[in-house]
Design a protein. Structure first.
Length: 78
């Protein structure tokens, strides 16, 4: 399993599957090989949904995004 964290607050967002993490890694930009965080806004979230993001991951990110419309997440494998 993988823990998602809001990078701006350090708040724990929830757990996702290894498959969900792989989906994010395959579809979002990484700055380098050791990068473990991603920036997501509403437009990116909509694009990821179109590409087949799991409903659970979409709901988790959308809930965490709130009304601000953007989110920087980090992850930890547990």
């Amino acid at each position: 399993m993988v823990r998602l964290i809001d990078k701006s607050t350090g708040k724990y967002l929830g757990r996702i599957t290894e498959e969900d993490l792989q989906f994010l890694m395959d579809n979002l930009e990484e700055e380098d090989l050791s990068d473990v965080d991603y920036y997501i806004n509403r437009q990116t979230l909509d694009l990821l949904k179109e590409k087949g993001m799991s409903d659970d991951l979409a709901a988790l990110l959308e809930g965490a995004m709130g009304e601000g419309g953007e989110l920087e997440i980090g992850y930890e494998k547990i």
